[in-house]
Design a protein around this ligand. Structure first.
Ligand SMILES: Cc1cc2nc3c(=O)[nH]c(=O)nc-3n(C[C@H](O)[C@H](O)[C@H](O)COP(=O)(O)OP(=O)(O)OC[C@H]3O[C@@H](n4cnc5c(N)ncnc54)[C@H](O)[C@@H]3O)c2cc1C
Length: 502
């Protein structure tokens, strides 16, 4: 008999779940609350696609090599369609610092370090149209899932038999052998389980930043600026920034501001302030030069960014059977690391393998969560550690009385005087580092290799005169200069927090 799988949500996780699970003998129904794609291409989707369910749809997105490799290996025709729609691929060599380019020797493995970039609307449009053509998959738009059908068994596990759909008293039920909740960060799946008496485990904390994005288009005849010594992404402590090459002559700039920097946060929403900041950052000023490009959107802002890990195992037992979670509903990460869509894709394919390897519902539940823990938890922990450090740094920046302790000074020196010059001078080290960045191996693996660690330590003890050229260039004005240029009060937040006397 045909197996039926219902997927809640046709965002990144829902689409990757369909890509992963579709196979003969199985029917996959993807139920999406938002309207269908508009007719037309990438520009129409960017302008007109109403996606109330994905508040971050028009924020900058880059898609890490791990995600691109999943598409390349499982749906090569889709990768061709993404290229044809204007999505760009940036290889390892494109990201080499200018100071070490002449030392670069291409390796076959470099192909697996390629990033995919486009407006998120473009990537999602192309994947969605591809999924809609897949045999055995049906995408239903305008369908709101309002609950789960099922109930607890003798061991308190929620046995899922389908979903409830519809609003306004017009509710109905759809039965399924398996339900995949891919409803994103606002997914209600765990809450529905909780209402049914199921206890689940969750860790959640603020990412500590807010995201601001604006889109531009190159003027006719204009192209991206030549890469110079100053990178198109950087971290000044009180602001992080990045330029995201897009599709079809578009690109976007994202400014990420620590939550604690309230004055800057409020100002940056204004397009004139956003653009002025861009002119003050040498790595992006040449992109937004009015002679080269023009803005095509307002400034999109986004807060409530969290790192959240939810588990479907409680006290070593599965909390639900025939119900799986993928995407932000399961794990949310700080968008700064650009890993959310890769997490969703990885989870979808881990689910495919779990369903292929196990038939017993409880064994499937345990195996899936174990696979997610094994593969993704190290990245999650690493990102959360970095977020905690960044939150502390942002507060210390505002505190005139702050004086770093020995350990903090040592860690800063290791990052700035060892790791940074080492990876900027040696493409082989950068390659090893990028494998972690792109989630091809745990982020810490590269530094655990004795040969790599030896090179980094050698860079640390190298006298400044011999390594000065490998330090990153000055990325932009410091906080005091930036605030003065923007005519913002530099000490307002320190006053608000009581860090300086009124
Ligand atoms: C500002 C920002 C920037 C980001 N940048 C990047 C980046 O550069 N690279 C990267 O990899 N990741 C990035 N991410 C993370 C990434 O966007 C998310 O991880 C990804 O969207 C998660 O996919 P998802 O399918 O779980 O959720 P979504 O993509 O949000 O999709 C959820 C879908 O479920 C639907 N839905 C919800 N409830 C229901 C319901 N009850 N019934 C039916 N349908 C429902 C919604 O309408 C929506 O279509 C960013 C996130 C943010 C916030």
């Amino acid at each position: 008999m045909e197996e039926r799988i219902i997927v809640i949500g046709a965002g990144m996780a829902g689409l990757f779940t369909a890509l992963a699970l579709a196979r003969p003998g199985r029917r996959v129904d993807v139920l999406e609350r938002d309207p269908p794609t508009p007719t037309g291409g990438a520009d129409e989707a960017f302008a007109d696609w109403n996606r109330r369910g994905v508040g971050h749809l028009r924020h900058s997105h880059a898609f890490l090599a791990r995600l691109r490799n999943i598409i390349r290996d499982n749906h090569p025709a889709l990768l061709e369609e993404l290229r044809a729609a204007g999505c760009q691929e940036m290889g390892f060599a494109d990201g080499l610092p200018i100071v070490s380019r002449d030392r670069y020797r291409p390796e076959p493995e470099d192909e697996a370090l390629t990033v995919l970039t486009s407006r998120r609307t473009t990537l999602e449009l192309v994947i969605r149209r591809y999924v809609e053509r897949m045999a055995g998959v049906t995408l239903h738009s305008g369908v709101n899932v309002t609950g789960l059908v099922g109930g607890p068994d003798a061991e308190g596990r929620f046995v899922t038999r389908g979903v409830r759909i519809g609003d306004d008293g017009a509710e109905g039920e759809e039965t399924a052998d398996i339900v995949v909740d891919a409803a994103g960060r606002l997914s209600q799946g765990f809450e529905w389980l909780s209402e049914a008496g199921v206890v689940f485990e969750e860790e959640s904390e603020d990412a500590g930043i807010l995201y601001y994005t604006r889109h531009w288009r190159f003027l006719p005849g204009q192209t991206p600026p030549e890469r110079g010594p100053i990178p198109g992404a950087g971290d000044l402590g009180f602001i992080k920034y990045g330029v995201f090459p897009g599709d079809n002559g578009c690109f976007s700039i994202t400014l990420a501001v620590p939550e604690i920097e309230e004055t800057l946060r409020l100002a940056v929403m204004r397009p004139d302030v956003f653009d002025q900041i861009c002119t003050l950052l040498p790595g992006i000023a040449n992109w937004t030069d009015p002679a080269r490009s023009e803005p095509i959107s307002k400034v999109f802002g986004m807060g409530d960014l969290k790192s959240r890990w939810r588990s479907t195992i409680h006290q070593s037992q599965p909390i639900a059977l025939n119900l799986f979670f993928a995407g932000d509903g399961l794990v949310r990460t700080n968008p700064l690391y650009g890993r959310g869509c890769s997490f969703a894709a990885v989870e979808a394919f881990l689910l495919r393998d779990t369903l292929a390897e196990q038939t017993d519902p409880a064994a499937r539940a345990v195996a899936y969560q174990a696979a997610v823990d094994r593969d993704l938890r190290p990245y999650f922990t690493d990102m959360r550690t970095q977020d905690r450090q960044a939150i502390r740094r942002a507060r210390n920046t505002l505190d005139p009385a702050y004086s770093p302790r020995f350990k903090a000074r040592l860690m800063k020196s290791f990052g700035e005087d060892a790791v940074a010059p080492a990876i900027r001078s040696d493409p082989a080290l950068l390659r090893a580092f990028m494998r972690g960045f792109h989630m091809l191996e745990p982020s810490s693996t590269w530094l655990k290799q004795p040969s790599t660690l030896a090179k980094v330590l050698a860079a640390w003890v190298t006298p400044m005169a011999f390594k000065r050229r490998y330090y990153p260039p000055k990325l932009g004005p410091d906080r005091v200069e930036m605030f003065a240029t923007l005519d913002l009060p530099a000490d307002a937040d320190a006053l608000r927090l009581g860090l300086v006397a009124a």
